[in-house]
Design a binder for this molecule. Sequence first.
Ligand code: ZN
Length: 366
Amino acid sequence: MDKPILSYPWDELPPAGTTSEVAPGVRWLQMPLPFALDHINLYLIDDGDSWAIVDTGIRGDETRGYWEQIIANELDGKPIGKVIVTHMHPDHVGQAGWLSRHFNAEFWMSRGEYYYARAIEGSSSDEFQDAAIDFFRMGGLPQKTLDHIRKSRWGNYHKSVEPIPIGYRRLIDGDALTIGGNEWRIVTGSGHSPEHACLYCEELGLLISGDQVLPRITSNVSVNPNEPEENPLKFWLASHEKFMGLPDTVLVLPSHNKPFFGLHARLQYLIDHHEDRMLAVEEECTTAKTAYELLPVMFERELDDFQMTLALGECLSHLHLLMDRGRLSREMSADGIYRYLSIDPSLAQRAHPDTHDPKDDVPIMV
Ligand SMILES: [Zn+2]
């Protein structure tokens, strides 16, 4: 299957520290990120005598500096009244505590995201580290990578997130917020994070999609050490079916890359992509394999130690859905490592051509 044809109304991201109008009363800005993926998009919505902001950037002086520029030059002298966060990843929630306190603004998140963020905010204990090492050992990661995880310490969430406000207002799936005279309906998805909130405005034909729908990269869908038996890919694929219910004509405002048209084509591509990756993994499991041994099937390029932990979580999400579908069995060997075996190898036949694009091979954290 060919890549879907998406159209991008804008060629360039707005320069950091500036905003660009994408619809009446809706402005796009970006903040830098210290990763291979070097930016996150944020969206300001005019709310009359104040602004609502969707997502906030990662903790740190560089983002804070750009925020000071935005506040001085781009808000028409109005305060931010609502801080709305799509999900708990640091590039989205990192500056939310600072902005909320600075403006005494309302702080909005879904319940699943808020409490997950609060729960891992203080998670750098040795017990937390031990659980992470056990998890990655069962996946078959080599000792060198386990040593790296131990040394760099797993998690460290608080280092990239300002202290989360003690109180919040809850984004509820199906409810609507009125911002600037328009209704913005909350549409939640799961798999990349527990209860990711998107905002859909029918009047303006806009979907602020967070990391739930991205145009070029595939969002990380990982099993995590603190919930080692979870099945996030099952919920991720169900979310894609749910988002198919939104009009194909919407302008999608994503957290990374550029705004685009082509929602349904992108969702279908992503569904096919994960189905294809599962088939590739299942084919490989005609003899028993560890998750670590399956990484080259899913990621063709060489991975550093940190990327390997993301890649292993992503590989496990595919293995867990295959087990849930009755396609793979799992046994723990005497060495304490899980091995996966195809239950009926004749089922692992490709129903469609390979949709895999090596450009999707970079495991990303955001
Ligand atoms: Zn994310």
